[in-house]
Structures are given as C-alpha cells and as structure tokens.
Ligand binder design. Sequence first.
Ligand code: ASP
Ligand code: MG
Length: 522
Amino acid sequence: MSIRTEKSKEPPNRLPASPRRGVVQDLIPLRSRRSGPEGDAGPDPSAGGKIIMKFGGSSVADAGCMREVAALVTAALPRSPLVVLSATAGTTDSLLAAARLAEQGDRDGALLIGRELQSRHRGIAGELFPGGLPGELDQALTAMDAELDLLLRGVAMLRELSPRSLDAIASIGERLSTRILAAFMQADWVDARTVVRTDDGFGSALPLFQELSALAARDLAPLLGPGRAVVTQGFIGATAGGVTTTLGRGGSDFSAALFGAALGVADIQIWTDVEGVLTCDPRVVRAAQPIAELSFKEAGELAAFGAKVLHPATIKPAMEAGIPVTVRSTRQPNGRFTTITAQVRTGRPITALAGRGPVTLVTLTCADMHTQSGFLAMGSLFQVLSRHRIGVDLIATAEDSVSFTVEAGLPLEALLKDLEGFGAVGVARDRTIVAVVGERLKLTPGVTGRCFGALREINVEMISMGANEINLSFVVRREDATAALVALHGALIESPMREDGRSAGGLSHAERRRGTNIVQFG
Ligand code: ASP
Ligand code: MG
C-alpha cells in the first residue's frame, strides 16, 4: 500500500525566493510565439475583460524596471488594469533587518538602514523625474521616512518587536514602490489596507474575503476603467480596526489573486522574471521549458514540491472564482507564458518535475503492523507526530514498516525517542523528494515504467503516488537528485508521451510491465 498525505498548506511566508533574474533567459532560446486563442503573447489590448497585473520585487528593482512596468501597463490600458506591486527588490528584507536591529537596541544601525532605503527610493524617483519630484510624491516619501523612523525608534526604545510592529514596518516597502510607480504613470494610487480586510494574525494574516469583496466593489471597482490604471500594494492589508497586517512573505501573488477574485477580472497576470512556469528548475535541468497550460492542482503540487513560481495558497482565490492566472516574463513580454486554469486540455500526461529537499526519511519497523494492534500503532504514530507538531510529506507502508519523510532541520530527537516505543527506527538524512506531476498521470499507462527506466542507475528509497493521483514521488539521496531529475525530464518531457503511453518509438512490453505496480521500499 502506498498512500500520501495531503501536503500541509504552508503559509506564503515560507515561499522560497524567486529565481534570479536573467538565469532562465540565458538558458532558454526564444522560440516563435504560440498563436491561437490561448497562445497570444503579451497583454493583448484587443482581448476583453479586466485584468490584474502583478509585478514582483525584481520587476520594480530600479528606475529602468519601473519604466518597463509602466510600458507594459500602458499597453494594457484598454483592459482597465489594476496593478499590484511588491516592494522593490530587497526592500522587505532590509525593513525586517532594520526592525531586528532596533529590537536588539541598535537604534542607529536600524535608522541607517531606514535612511538607505529612503535614499534608494528617492534615487529611483529622481531618475524617473529628472526635472524634480512632483510635490505629492515628495511629500509621500517624506511622510513614510518619518513613519519608519518613528516605528524603529519605538522598537529600539522598548526593545520589543511584536508581529504587529513588524507588519507596520514591513508595509512601508510596498507603499514606497507603489507611490513611485503611480506618480510616474499618473495613475490612481489605492492604499490596499482600505480594501484587503484581514484578521489579526499579524505576520501571516488571513484575508476576510467577503468583507474584502464588499470593500473592493465599493471603493476600488469605480476607479477602474478602460484607459486608466490603478496602482495598489500586494502583501499588505488591515484589520477591521485599521491596524496594518501582512499576508506573509511573498504574499503579493496572494493579494493579486484576492483582488482578481473580488473584482471578477478576466485574467490575473503574474509578471515575473521567467517565461511562465517551467517543466523543471532550469538551474537543475538545462532543457527545462515553459509550460503552456497548467491546472491549478498541478500548480499546487509543483509549488508544494519545490517549484519556485507560485504557491497553492496564492492561487486558491483565483481557482475558486474560476479565473485563469497567467505567469509572464517582464524580460520577454512577448515570449511564452503559462496559463493556469481549473482544467487543462492538452492531454499531456506529465506536466512538470519538482525536487524538494533536504528531507529526512524515517522508517519505523514493527511486527504485526497490519494486525489490529498494528492499526492502533499507526494511530499512535500519527498522535505522536501531531504531539511533536511534525508535519509529514510522504508516507508509505509495508507489511511490517511505515516510512515517512519530514522536513530536514526539524528537531527530531524527542520524536525518535517516542517512536522507539513502537519498534526499530531508521533515520536517513539528506534525502530529496523528486516529484513527477501531471493531471493525466493516472490515465496514462507506462509512466511508471518510464520512470523506473530513467532511474535505473539511481537508488530509489521510497515511492509514493499521491492520493490525488497527479503526483508520483520518489525519495532519493540528495546527491542523486540532479541526476534523477535530468533523467526523468529526458524520459518524460523531452521525449513526450502520448496519452496511450506510447512515445514515437513506443514502449517495450517489458517497460510497460515494469510500470504496473507501485512498490515501496521501506
Ligand atoms: N515584499 C514582500 C516580500 O518580499 C511580498 C512579496 O514580494 O510578494 O515578501
Ligand atoms: Mg514574490
């Protein structure tokens, strides 16, 4: 038997950093544009429906980037864009660092970071307005400088930094970037805190969608219209009492989806530094290619298993509202992009690969696992795991053992001690989960055979087919992960399979047979 637990929903504040600018473009040759109703590249001014255009920190890193963003938004003006911005690259990190210094009592160090941020933003604004800043922008920047100064002094004086204070400080980043872009584009600027109503879970607040929608309908929708852009912040919100909150690190994508769902737009565009979602991390597999269409479920699996573009929590509001999310590149706005929708229509069995590690593989062996007392042991196992607050990614059971993977770096000692009460405990550290993801995986014969063929030189320590049957995962040693991903990518994606399981050359009978069982090595 092989089962897999639903990947616990991680808050967006555990998102990994987005891939470095430029890396992907160096590796992927620009192919000809796709064409047809879903393949038109770039913001198509003639296509109908309102849009959200979300730009991440690297897309607004400097004045040049801001100009590019402004040009993209201008081209999309007929579609009444709502522009959702992140803080400029590195700014949120700097704000958090300043807050920590203040907490440690290093007031001057904290204030120095604040001054650097102010001068960097004034530098960007100065380049965009060589003749001098418009008065309103100048005042807004000065006011935020004073606000940050005050907040940091307060934290330093008390040497106390609550999540609430941290959110107030972090919110400055998005407010700065959006002020500059809105002034440059002469667009309306909306304070997202007046719309994004959240609970008071500071640091990773939960949006209150009904209230958010009502506020968006009342205050935001009337500002939107063809020929105009409205600029607002990602990441930040406020409680009913008006206290500033944030949605967690990397939360701007989530904001974009929330705004999009609340306003019922036609498309939520996530502009980033890669040409959409790729079939694998291009730093690991050079032949990685952008995926034209991805289902929400696949995107969720990929994000949970290490892909770096979108997080499942991020796209949930869009999924629920049935709004497609497109992931596009600011570097190559007319290049390829990925459309994420509820349903994919490509018929392709394997969509992408992801790798996540390091993880630790724990194997518990005890006699009679499947007798009644064995089932009780399973129950106790889950109780022990939950008592230690240890989340499990993959689980597989055999006659006398159960194996599961946990995030490396968790304090496992106490857990392992408790588990020893059940039987022999084996621990294998430095493992990587390699996930093969595809909506039609389960319908395609021969996929597992191909996987085994590709992995024949690699020692696979555990295999698990996700309960949702769109994810086939292998646990390998960390040092084998790259070879595993390269081999799987070659076998499953570079030589595409048809839905009947055949490639151009077809699969051998032996290959097919090898693919019929999902086995598990404890
Ligand atoms: N600026 C925030 C962060 O760096 C939110 C985001 O960029 O999505 O986490
Ligand atoms: Mg981001």
